[in-house]
Design a protein around this ligand. Sequence first.
Ligand code: GDP
Ligand code: ADP
Length: 219
Amino acid sequence: MAGPRPVVMSGPSGAGKSTLLKKLLKEFEGVFGFSVSHTTRSPRPGEENGKDYHYVTREVMKAAIANGEFIENAEFSGNMYGTSKAAVQAVQAKNMICILDIDMQGVKNIKRTDLNPIYVSIQPPSMEILEKRLRDRKTESEESLQKRLHAAKVDMEISKEPGLFDVVIINDDLDVAYGKLKDAVLEVIFFQKIRNVIATFYLTIASLYLAFLTLYARL
Ligand SMILES: Nc1nc2c(ncn2[C@@H]2O[C@H](COP(=O)(O)OP(=O)(O)O)[C@@H](O)[C@H]2O)c(=O)[nH]1
Ligand SMILES: Nc1ncnc2c1ncn2[C@@H]1O[C@H](COP(=O)(O)OP(=O)(O)O)[C@@H](O)[C@H]1O
């Protein structure tokens, strides 16, 4: 796929993916753009339709998947989640680096596409800390929390698979983890800046050439 390499962030629910990627989107406004997924789960207080997720019914999501509108989709903790082609294209059309926040099934499915992202795994320091963070976040019912903890155990095991992720970050101290995330995506930022400089250079040359032609035609 053309354009800068996207960044895939994955890891157990509660590991800190949203917290870290929001920091990145804020510090590098205009450089990174978030791929807004579709989900059948209900919005949490403070979440916005079209910004955090596109909140849809199972019927709508299934129809869109059948229509070939999704790059990948998965069932997580009793809900459907998926990345639409339009979500990624919307970011890439703005010449921004696309960031995807997806689960392990999503990672495995994206690996079968031509998206070619950098794969970053965000992991909690321990299951105990993960559980505490999820409880303190106060977004889950006991049932949903248990499902997430179960999925987390599986995720933490699979993440050890060599070569699955380019970088694995243990999110213990937030600032340290954020520093590591920035290091991981630095290469993409660097090439994005070079691309922009080249694009500006060619645009300037083209404008000068047009101006010259207009002037020449008048003489
Ligand atoms: N495969 C896939 N997973 C997604 C997508 N969007 C979100 N997820 C994952 O779904 C899981 C649950 O997300 P969410 O309900 O927002 O809970 P949270 O991660 O605990 O904040 C997380 O692991 C997300 O990374 C998507 O488009 N595709
Ligand atoms: N390094 C950290 N130390 C302490 N709390 C954290 C840290 N990173 C994230 N949190 C908190 O843990 C909870 C889960 O983080 P969140 O970003 O929602 O995880 P995810 O998006 O992976 O589900 C949130 O309440 C967040 O404020």
